[in-house]
Design a protein around this ligand. Sequence first.
Ligand code: NAG
Ligand code: NAG
Ligand code: NAG
Ligand code: NAG
Ligand code: NAG
Ligand code: NAG
Ligand code: NAG
Ligand code: NAG
Length: 410
Amino acid sequence: MRFSFFVFASLGLILPSVAGAESFGSLSKPKFPPGKPPKISCILTASGADDAPNFLKAVEVCPTVTIPKSTTLNIETRLNMTGLRDKHINLEGTIKFSPDIPYWSGNGFFIPFQTQITFWLLGGENILFDGGGTLDGSGQKPSNSAKNSSLLRPITLTVFQAKDVLIENIHMINSPEWHNLVNEGQNVVYNNININAISNSTHGAANTDGWNVYRSDSVSILNSVIVNGDDCVAFKPNATNVLVENLDCTGSQLKSLKRSLGQFPGVFDIVENVLAKNVKMTKAQNGARIKAWAGPNVGSGIVKNITFENFFETAVDNPIVIDQCYMTNTTACAQFPSNTFIQDIWFTNITGTGTKSNVASLACSPDGRCSDINVNDISLSFPSGTTTFSCQNLNITGDAAGLFPICKTT
Ligand SMILES: *[C@@H]1O[C@H](CO)[C@@H](O)[C@H](O)[C@H]1NC(C)=O
Ligand SMILES: *[C@@H]1O[C@H](CO)[C@@H](O)[C@H](O)[C@H]1NC(C)=O
Ligand SMILES: *[C@@H]1O[C@H](CO)[C@@H](O)[C@H](O)[C@H]1NC(C)=O
Ligand SMILES: *[C@@H]1O[C@H](CO)[C@@H](O)[C@H](O)[C@H]1NC(C)=O
Ligand SMILES: *[C@@H]1O[C@H](CO)[C@@H](O)[C@H](O)[C@H]1NC(C)=O
Ligand SMILES: *[C@@H]1O[C@H](CO)[C@@H](O)[C@H](O)[C@H]1NC(C)=O
Ligand SMILES: *[C@@H]1O[C@H](CO)[C@@H](O)[C@H](O)[C@H]1NC(C)=O
Ligand SMILES: *[C@@H]1O[C@H](CO)[C@@H](O)[C@H](O)[C@H]1NC(C)=O
């Protein structure tokens, strides 16, 4: 056989942790495998050359593919793993993408939304990706200079057109760009993912978001630690029913839970039913944040039923933010208020410290485009001076509304 992996009977021992439809946050884990455990497991080891063809072949022919602890797969060409059914990728070792960003820039999979590319499309139905191993995006090499804007840097892992996916117990390091994108996914769960993208080279990391969720429904991101230089979790257009729970996000210059919506003309964006709970943010630029574009020639949409609950923030530049005039000055925002409406928003039990006097800024477009904004149990301070809370163009309710006197609903 031409491939450097072996086939053996796994005795079904590999999957005890996902038997049945265990309750998992508000969602259920994918039932893997449906009915019976897989009989065949393949072990994939490194070939000394580009391991992408072997990896693709192994996943195509085997229900379970194990990459052992001692193995580092070297991936030099893109991985199209779409349309899978009932697959288990058990990564105990490492998958390392080659650092040749100029190559990837022309040869990754193109993601039209916000002009991105990716190394790896993982899609289909009933997929388990776990094993305690590492995805290494090789994002700190000189050729990957984030300063060279003519290069597209790849997203490490894109879950694409996928249903019932569980990704757990995986480390992700050195992504050249966003670590994860969920693009047209349904019932996708991430659990216990450990992300580290701190660059210790002179070639700084950039735009290394933990997750972006786009055109996807029922996504959970749970029990994970993120140390990066950008957003922890970002909700892009048409992210619905998203649960974010027990995250620990640290980054020296990061933005964080945010939504950049209504960017593109003619496109209607929906972000609805999001619960972000038990989130610890440290040294971040933004904590609990919603942003939407205003001005001429932008899109429209709705951000509805979003809850930020139990946030503990330390040294965060902007702990609480609504910015409905994103990338727009006051004059232009008054002339062209945002067409992305924001409603039913809850900031509940947000505590900690900011790095500036103003610890909360709730700023809507003129003309009543924010409604039902609630603040409860807010305890934020600026340790080295006066603490202030600012607001404009909205009515605020809740037991902490008094912090925003001019917007308090009487
Ligand atoms: C990936 O492979 C599938 C199935 O072979 C194919 O239909 C699809 O066009 C490929 N996707 C890309 C982006 O190349
Ligand atoms: C940016 O990348 C392009 C494409 O690989 C390359 O031709 C160019 O020399 C790079 N520029 C710098 C300043 O490194
Ligand atoms: C970063 O520095 C640590 C400690 O010096 C080292 O172990 C690690 O390999 C470095 N990472 C990269 C990608 O160079
Ligand atoms: C979002 O969903 C709405 C309603 O289904 C649709 O009209 C719109 O085109 C979608 N937007 C994007 C960016 O997919
Ligand atoms: C609001 O979103 C939460 C999930 O965060 C969901 O449980 C709840 O049913 C939603 N409420 C409405 C009225 O849709
Ligand atoms: C408020 O959030 C903190 C975590 O930031 C948590 O420890 C505490 O139990 C929460 N309080 C309530 C009343 O839920
Ligand atoms: C505000 O933005 C508009 C449109 O971009 C620009 O024409 C105008 O000069 C800006 N005004 C100020 C005060 O910056
Ligand atoms: C606030 O509520 C008052 C009374 O209902 C209403 O007249 C006003 O338009 C509201 N303001 C905004 C900015 O929504």
